[in-house]
Design a protein around this ligand. Sequence first.
Ligand SMILES: [Zn+2]
Length: 127
Amino acid sequence: MGELSAALKMKCPRCGKGELFENTGILPKKGWFGMNTNCSECGLKYEKELGFFYGAMYISYMLNIALFVTVTVGYYLFFEDSVDWRGYIISYVILTLILTKWIYRMSRSLWLMIMIKYEPEKKELTK
Ligand SMILES: [Zn+2]
C-alpha cells in the first residue's frame, strides 16, 4: 500500500520520500512540468532512458477518459434540464485545462509506480 500512497502523493516510487517534481505548490515558480532528475533521498534516477515517460501517455489518456465519463454522467444526471449542452462542453473544456497539470503529474507518478519496485530500505546515492 506504500507504493500507491507514494504515487498519489507524487513522491519517489522507490523510497516514498523524495519529491518527483520541482514545484510542489499550486502556483508555479519555474514551471508546472519541471521534474527532478534524481530522488533527493535515495538517488533513484527517474527517467531510466530516453522516452521512458512515453508510457505515461496511456495513463494520461485513461485519466482523461475517466474525467470525460465523470463529467458526462454528472451532466446527464444533474444538469441536463438546467444547463444547455454548450455549457456542458465549455465547462468540460475548462475543467480539462484546469486539471492538465494534475493529470500530467499523476500519470508520470503512476507510471513510475508501475515500472519501479517499492523498496524503502534501499539506498543508492548516485550524486
Ligand atoms: Zn527515493
